[in-house]
Every structure is written in structure tokens, then in C-alpha cells.
Design a protein around this ligand. Structure first.
Ligand code: SAH
Length: 345
């Protein structure tokens, strides 16, 4: 609830307006989600608040918590009050802590290599459910005097199909009395929903845009990402370039490397051609093999070679630093494994 609204509601309940700021401080600065612990409020006020409000972050339950062996990545599987499970990931980079959040429970995009859409119904997450993913980690970092300084919407789900909640959550987190995270430290990744990109441009915020490209031959991309039928990738690149121009932020193109499918020199040449003179960089992602789907990772030499073709054409490109491979940190893999377990039981 926005601060102004909270102030109004509290006033209607007969509480002082300044209580709203105190509650915000407990929730978003101290990560205390239990009204009973808000010690600068009177006992009666605490009781009244408890009866009137619910704090979603207090209601999500961590059902699994996995730490990568290098200690840099932590993945949690969270159970929402309605029984849906979602994943969130904390990554410790040299520049700070990033949280990767899911935007939907499940996904409806049916990308061939992705585990997110393997099971279950899809539903949009609410603003509170997106915030809760940041705050499970914030609560924990607090104890080390650290904080979440970046948010990437790259977990399960397609953010542009849950536009209002995703951007609502990012704008909420941005507020100085909430998480105070700069828009330049936020990234939204889309499979290429053009109306979403345009709407994002309309917001006029310097949030980073990432586009999951993964193939630059039309038939292949449609095979890998059915969304390409409705939104052909050259149009997506054009929309993303428009976004780059209006926001001043370089677009990141994610390109999963799938052995013998999209990893040839010719593919790299084509990719370079499409991105030439664009405000763009490429993030190459050796695929996290999903056993159900039969995709494999190219060898190190092939990856190097693909990268070098891009570099020769002066397309800024990197190979994604791998974090958390040993904890199923790829999209939807933990959730999928969990759902499978549940079926067996
Ligand atoms: N729907 C959005 C955001 C979620 S997916 C999007 O498509 O961008 C986040 C990223 O993980 C996407 O680039 C997606 O293609 C990638 N991804 C999905 N499955 C993967 C896998 N098995 N290995 C590596 N990356 C994967």
C-alpha cells in the first residue's frame, strides 16, 4: 500500500498519520513484518493493525533454500498463501547483491528449452508477491549490514504479460523510504512482447531492458520460442532499439547457446548483422541442460569461437558468468523438480 494511502486508512481508523511512516520503517527498512514487534507503537495499535492488515512477506514460506557451493548464490523456493510455489535467487557480485525475481507462477510462453512452463497453471504475481521475493533476502542481508542493490526480473514468467504488477513493484522498490534501488540497477527481461516494450518506453524510466533472442533465423526462433510467430524478432529488435534511444540504456540481448542448433559461425555472423550499429550488447548463455527437453551445451571452443565472431564485428558480448548451476538456478528448474516430487508423492 502506498504511503499516502496508508496514512489515509490509518487516519480513518483513528490512528495518527505519522504511524504510517513508522510502519514503513519497520517493514521496508528493518524488514520486520510482524506487527507485534513494532515496539514504538502502542499495544492497542499493534493489535488493531494485526486485525486489519496482512503482510504478505510474513506469509510466504521458504520451502527450500539452496546455497551454491561457492557461497555466492542462494536460491529459494517460496510457497505463497494459495499454495503456488515460486523461485527467487540472490547473487553476490563484486558490486553488490542482486535479486532475481519471478513475475508469474509458471509461464505460458512455451520456450522449448525452458523449464518454467513445464507444469501447472500460470498466474500473475501481485506487487506484494514480487516485493516479498526481494524482502526474503533483504531480511537476511540486513543482519550482515548489507542490502539488495539490484533487481532483475528474469525468473519464471513473462514480465510484460504482468506489466502493472512488475513495474508497480519496481517503482515501489525505487522509493527512498522502501528499498531505494535506482532504476538503472533494475532490469526487465522479455521474450519479445512488443506492446510491453512500448509501454515500458512510455513510463520514461531508465530501467534496463533485456531481450531473450536465442535465434536469428526465423523458423528456428519460432521453433524455440513460439512467441516469435506473433512478434517476429526483427520487429522486436526494432522496438528494443527505440527503447534504447528513448531511455539512453543499452539493450542486452540474451542468446542461449544450444549445441548444434544455434551455435554456428553463420549464426554468430547473422546475429552481428542484426545488431550492427545498435545500442546493444550480447550476453551468451551456455544452456542449462533441461533433461526433459534434450538440449545440450556447446563445448568451450565453440563458445569461444561464437564470441570471437561477435567481437570481430565489434558487438559488445560476454559469456554469462555461471552462478548457481549446482543449485538448479536456471529458470523454473527448482520449481519443476518440486512439482515432480509432489506428483510422485
Ligand atoms: N520471460 C522472460 C524472463 C524469464 S526467462 C524472458 O524470456 O526473457 C529468463 C532468461 O532465462 C531468458 O533469457 C530465458 O530464455 C533463459 N532461460 C530459460 N531456460 C533456460 C535454460 N535452460 N538455460 C539457460 N537459460 C534459460
Amino acid at each position: 500500500m502506498p504511503l499516502l494511502q496508508l496514512q489515509t486508512v490509518l487516519a480513518e481508523m483513528g490512528l495518527k498519520k505519522f504511524r504510517a511512516k513508522q510502519i514503513y520503517d519497520w517493514l521496508y527498512q528493518k524488514s520486520v513484518f510482524d506487527f507485534a514487534q513494532m515496539s514504538n507503537l502502542s499495544k492497542t495499535e499493534r493489535q488493531l493493525l494485526k486485525e486489519t492488515f496482512s503482510v504478505l512477506s510474513a506469509e510466504v514460506r521458504i520451502i527450500r533454500k539452496l546455497d551454491s557451493s561457492d557461497g555466492l548464490t542462494q536460491k529459494v523456493l517460496l510457497e505463497l498463501p494459495d499454495g503456488n510455489a515460486i523461485e527467487a535467487v540472490l547473487m553476490h557480485h563484486d558490486y553488490g547483491y542482486s535479486v532475481c525475481v519471478s513475475s508469474q507462477a509458471g509461464c505460458d510462453m512455451h520456450c522449448a528449452f525452458c523449464a518454467s512452463g513445464l507444469q501447472g497453471a500460470v498466474r500473475n504475481l501481485t506487487v506484494a508477491e514480487i516485493l516479498a521475493q526481494v524482502y526474503v533476502f533483504q531480511m537476511q542481508l540486513q543482519q550482515q549490514n548489507e542490502r539488495v542493490s539490484r533487481v532483475v526480473v528474469m525468473g519464471s514468467g513473462e514480465p510484460m504479460l504482468n506489466f502493472d504488477a512488475v513495474f508497480g513493484a519496481l517503482q515501489f522498490l525505487h522509493q527512498p523510504d522502501v528499498a531505494n534501488i535506482g532504476y538503472r540497477n533494475m532490469t526487465v527481461s522479455t521474450c519479445g512482447i512488443i506492446p510491453g516494450i512500448k509501454k515500458m518506453q512510455g513510463l520514461g524510466l531508465p530501467i534496463n531492458l533485456a531481450v531473450s533472442l536465442h535465434a536469428v533465423r526465423n523458423e528456428l526462433r519460432t521453433e524455440l520460442m513460439p512467441v516469435n510467430q506473433g512478434f517476429p524478432f526483427p520487429d522486436v529488435i526494432a522496438a528494443a532499439e527505440e527503447y534504447a534511444k528513448s531511455s539512453g540504456r543499452q539493450v542486452t540481448y540474451e542468446y542461449i547457446l544450444l549445441a548444434d542448433i544455434n551455435d554456428s559461425d553463420r549464426d554468430a555472423e547473422l546475429l552481428a548483422e542484426y545488431l550492427r550499429y545498435k545500442q546493444a550488447s550480447v550476453n551468451l548463455i551456455p544452456v542449462n541442460p533441461v533433461p526433459e527437453k534434450g538440449f545440450f551445451r556447446p563445448g568451450a571452443k565453440r563458445i569461444e569461437r561464437f564470441l570471437s565472431v561477435l567481437q570481430r564485428h565489434r558487438i559488445p558480448a560476454t559469456v554469462r558468468k555461471e552462478m548457481g548451476k549446482d543449485i538448479n538456478a536456471a529458470c523454473g528448474q527448482l520449481r519443476a523438480a518440486f512439482a515432480k516430487d509432489k506428483q510422485i508423492r
